[in-house]
Design a binder for this molecule. Structure first.
Ligand code: CA
Length: 622
């Protein structure tokens, strides 16, 4: 995980915004301003890149004019076109770049010696691969190797340039630099052990909120002097749906939710089905659950930072959360096979093939200050999604306003895109009758407790739901009721605090062997698939997809539970070795609604930058 991506100095250049094609000094080429990432600067430079090193990238083309206006009108309740979504084929016919335009890009890349890998049917990009030497010549720059907080990453050393004749059609170039290594999954298991290495929660574990009381006193300002309850074992879908007032016959039948991550867990079908059996839910057969790897992205240069198993826990969480909320819905899992470099292509595939009506994504960059070409490429995907009535949901991030990372507040991207629904996180106490005993914003400090003296000492701020205001994206019309002139996130919220998280099941590697086991997990990675799963129920009840739902959400704020400030916390016990008591245990207090490490955030009446409009209060019925 990136600890301090030092973008501040270069932020000004990025803030210029979208790729601006201006005629630069070389008369035959156009510079794509802001295309070199902020971290590719002299202070991080290690050496020149190996000319024979492989590169793989995608040259993105923009849509024909009118796509964004159509996407807006079909998503806006006050519009005469509301809900009149178009098909992927109609989108291609009206807005896809012409064969002539995409052919010109392909011809130029071939002439530069690159191998053409793939062009999707919507002609959104041309994927190609070759060597650093070829890319240096083609894009008019040198490539360097940089050290950024312990990661060794390769990038063009300055903005890339492309021929004048194709420049007006090019929206950006994605993949020439290794920025994708900074994408992070938004789940939190706690301790240091990734779930694939084996993780168990230590007892005492409450079955419901405040069932068991610890001997520790809540911190001052967080409910002191009351005793802190022990954390829960991990909620079941039945508990969560009860707390959110989800009643009725809807199961998500007839609806399809896509989950995008990188790679694919080899045990996912077994794990989801064992977990479903243990929860009393129907198992998923091959017609209900499918896994897709988009064509054309296998044959890519290997990235040494690939970390397939690190994504398995994320995939497991996402799919079990969706299935738990909407056990009748179909789930399409789309795994980008080359870690962190093809998530944009995976999104394009879902949208271009119209694989689902809802897409949930639990990853992001820890800032919006990424090369504008990245943003342009994915914005195009999101606009096509909205035009087709596909709702795209993103976790808002797990590190609050990121000021602990950057020294200034910044929302995460793509969550901050005005074309996606950003899902923030809450701490949720579910009572014995599956009632909402308490719900407040997810923001947490960590206190270490002495089991003998019962004294707890604050160790620092840990994590919390991402949120804040963009420096890049102007305020969309649907947020006209909010203050300021820029886009703010999150839009909505759902359970995210790992202290009150979901009980998931996954095949893991324990000291005694490989086996299926269950543990509690959280993060806005949980919030997004919970919300997406519940929207499958809403789509079923409505008889039509809600598509890009932010405009209808902001038009009906009373449909959500307004999350307020509740200062409290829980006690928890951790196995020191993450799996059993043989190495002892340690006790902690964890606060709720605590933004001491994320000072620009708060939870309060109305929209707030931790939980958005609020959390589900029954099935959304507008
Ligand atoms: Ca609120």
């Amino acid at each position: 995980m990136l600890r301090s991506l030092t973008v501040a100095a270069a932020a000004a250049a990025v803030l210029l915004g979208v790729v601006s094609a201006t005629t630069a000094a070389p008369p035959t080429k156009t510079t794509l301003h802001g295309s070199a990432p902020a971290w590719a600067r002299q202070g991080n430079f290690v050496r020149a890149a190996d000319p024979s090193a492989p590169v793989g990238f995608r040259v993105y083309l923009g849509w024909n004019s009118g796509a964004e206006a159509l996407a807006r009108s079909v998503s806006t309740p006050s519009s005469a076109s509301y809900g009149k979504y178009i098909s992927a084929s109609e989108f291609r016919r009206r807005f896809a770049p012409s064969e002539q335009k995409v052919g010109a890009v392909r011809s130029w890349l071939k002439a530069q010696g690159f191998a053409i890998v793939y062009t999707p049917t919507n002609n959104h990009y041309v994927s190609a691969e070759g060597t650093v030497a070829q890319a240096q010549t083609a894009f008019g720059t040198t490539f360097g190797v940089y050290s950024v907080e312990g990661q060794t990453v390769q990038s063009p050393s300055s903005d890339v340039a492309i021929p004048n004749d194709i420049a007006p059609d090019v929206a950006g170039v994605v993949g020439l630099d290794d920025s994708y290594v900074f994408v992070r999954t938004d789940h939190v298991v706690d301790k240091n052990a990734p779930p694939d290495a084996g993780f168990r929660n230590a007892p005492p574990l409450s079955q419901w909120w405040a069932q068991l009381t610890s001997p520790y006193t809540l911190p001052t300002g967080f409910g002191s002097p009351a005793a802190a309850p022990w954390s829960t074992k991990g909620y079941t879908p039945q508990q969560i749906k009860g707390a959110y007032g989800i009643t009725g016959p809807e199961t998500g039948a007839g609806q399809t939710v896509a989950v995008i991550d990188a790679f694919a867990s080899p045990t996912i079908v077994h794990d989801v089905n064992q977990w479903s059996i243990n929860r009393g839910l129907p198992t998923m057969n091959g017609s209900q659950f499918s896994q897709v790897v988009p064509p054309g992205i296998y044959n890519k240069p290997n990235n040494k930072q690939m970390d397939p198993s690190g994504w398995y826990g994320e995939e497991t969480l996402d799919i079990e959360a969706v299935h738990g909320m909407a056990p009748g819905a179909k789930i399409v899992y789309v795994g980008a096979p080359n870690n962190r470099r093809d998530l944009d292509a995976a999104m394009n595939h879902v949208v271009d093939k119209q694989l689902a009506q809802i897409v949930t994504n639990s990853y992001g960059f820890p800032t919006e200050l990424v090369p504008p070409g990245f943003i342009q490429a994915l914005e195009g995907n999101f606009i096509q999604a909205a035009a087709e009535g596909i709702g795209v949901y993103f976790s808002s991030g797990d590190n609050g306003d990121e000021s602990s990372l950057f020294g200034f507040p910044t929302p995460d991207w793509p969550a901050v895109s005005p074309w996606v629904t950003a899902v923030g996180g809450t701490a949720l106490g579910i009572g014995e009758t599956n009632n909402r005993a308490l719900e407040t914003g997810w923001g947490t400090s960590n206190y270490g407790c002495n089991a003998t003296t019962l004294v707890c000492t604050r160790l620092g701020w840990l994590y919390g739901a991402g949120g804040g205001t963009s420096r890049i994206f102007p305020k969309p019309a649907y947020q006209s009721g909010l203050s300021g002139s820029f886009r703010s996130i999150p839009d909505v919220g759902a359970l995210g605090d790992p202290q009150t998280g979901l009980l998931v099941g996954q095949t893991q590697t324990f000291p005694e062997g490989v086996s299926y086991d269950e543990y509690r997990i959280g993060g806005t990675s949980l919030s997004s698939p919970i919300f997406a799963g519940l929207m499958a129920l809403a789509d079923q009840r409505a008889g039509h997809p809600h598509g890009f739902a932010n405009p209808v959400f902001y038009a009906n704020p009373g449909s959500f539970y307004d999350v307020l400030s509740v200062k409290t916390g829980v006690a928890r016990r951790n196995f020191n070795n993450s799996v059993n008591a043989s190495a002892g245990t340690s006790d902690f207090l964890r606060t709720f609604d605590d933004y001491t490490g994320s000072p620009s955030q708060h939870t309060g009446p109305g929209w707030d930058n931790v939980t958005g409009l609020g959390t589900p209060a029954g099935i959304f019925s507008h």
